[in-house]
Design a protein around this ligand. Structure first.
Ligand SMILES: [Zn+2]
Ligand SMILES: [Zn+2]
Length: 390
């Protein structure tokens, strides 16, 4: 297997820490994108910037084959005040790389340099550095800017670090892997009045309380018990005073599912249940639905190929062939709806070991020991899938 030289490992740990010091929020990844574009350009990639706002694509062609492959990393940070105390801690107060996207960018850059200088492959390699994974849907924005029309990919892969798994472990999963996320704001319009004369009012607060309880039955009574699903009412606002019946009440709801059909069924059931509950209390419900990320479904065939590459180059104890489903969401799901591929995890550190702190925590940090195996896996994947001797 091709491995990074010790000097290259040091070089890209330094790159990772440099990006970590200068975190940028969704669609503002200007410095990071410029760094990525400059490095790719220096190594001979054809670089396209400004895709989906701050997205960057580096393309490298070798040989005569018309095979194509896409690898994706994300570049954005989070609005969290860092508490790692690291020497390379964020210089921007209130913003930090708490999800390891600094590491994902550095791992893919490390592979990019190696593949440009000594890679053995035949075909077209597209390296996709996307903005705004954290809720902004940067993947979709790049696709709306013609990502896959301009840079066709027969298969696409992405890698995310994951605390709780042993450092460097490659975790694969075939089928649904990450949850869809959807959001709804429900406004109940009633008739306000005096707390002493409820019969003269239509109380949206009582209706809201009943709806909160009824929503709990969607997962317990409507969804197949073998299917994971989450309905959370995260906010309920109504009223100001103990003797006043308010005119309106508002609920904020979030939903997760790991099956596209369950996702659709939950949306339908929530609309029905809220409308009929509201009607039964004589109030009117208005639902503002905000679709979030799709269910991330790893293509079985591409996942098997990705796993086979790992098995060929890495020891068995470093490979988890079928990891768990997670209720987190990931906008790489949109790319996988268009192009078959697979999303894998690289363990950031087992519980009780360095790197175990969960992502989105102020004390989280990407484990630099993953630069070497992460880049080595990308290099192996490219050289095997675009092998010069297929
Ligand atoms: Zn995240
Ligand atoms: Zn992330």
């Amino acid at each position: 297997m091709d491995r990074l030289s010790d000097a290259a490992v040091e070089q890209f740990i330094a790159v990772r820490r440099d990006i970590h010091r200068h975190p940028e929020l969704a669609f503002n990844e200007r410095r990071t994108a410029a760094l990525v574009a400059a490095q790719l350009g220096a190594w001979g990639y054809t670089v396209t910037t400004g895709l989906g706002g701050t997205g960057v694509v580096g393309q490298l062609k070798r040989g005569t084959s018309n095979r194509t492959l896409g690898l994706r990393a994300d570049m954005d940070a989070l609005p969290i005040a860092e508490a790692t105390g690291a020497a390379w801690a964020s210089c921007t107060h209130g913003v930090m790389h708490a999800c390891g996207h600094d590491g994902h960018t550095a791992m893919l850059l490390a592979a990019a340099q190696h593949l440009a200088t000594q890679g053995r492959f035949d075909g077209t390699l597209n390296l996709i550095f996307q903005p705004a994974e954290e809720g902004g849907g940067g993947a979709l924005k790049m696709m709306e800017d013609g990502l896959f029309e301009r840079f066709p990919c027969e298969a696409i892969f992405a890698m995310h670090n994951m605390p709780g798994f042993p450092q460097g472990q490659l975790v694969f999963r075939s089928g649904p892997t990450m949850a869809s996320s959807d959001y709804a704001t429900v406004t109940l319009h009633g008739v306000g009045g005096h707390g002493a004369m409820p019969h003269k009012a239509a109380d949206p607060l009582v209706a809201a309380a009943s709806i909160v309880m009824a929503l709990q039955t969607i997962v317990s009574r409507n969804v197949d018990p073998m299917q994971p699903a989450v309905v959370t009412v995260g906010a309920l606002h109504a009223g100001e005073a103990n003797n006043v019946i308010p005119a309106t009440a508002r609920l904020e709801i979030s939903l997760r599912a790991l099956d596209p059909q369950v996702r659709r069924d939950m949306e339908r059931r929530i609309h029905e249940l809220i409308a009929l509950q509201a009607q039964s209390f004589g109030v009117r419900a208005e639902i503002a639905w905000r679709p979030g990320y799709a269910v991330l479904v790893n293509d079985p065939q591409q996942t098997a190929r990705a796993l086979a590459v790992a098995r060929k180059h890495f020891p068995a104890d470093q490979i988890n062939p079928q990891g768990p489903m997670l209720t987190g969401s990931e906008d790489f799901a949109f790319m996988l709806e268009r192009v078959p591929g697979s999303y894998l995890f690289i363990g950031n550190g087992a519980d009780g070991e360095p790197g175990a702190c969960m992502v989105h925590n102020p004390a989280y940090d990407f484990n630099d020991l993953n630069i070497a195996p992460g880049a080595a896996y990308w290099i192996a994947l490219v050289q095997d899938l675009l092998s010069p001797n297929p």
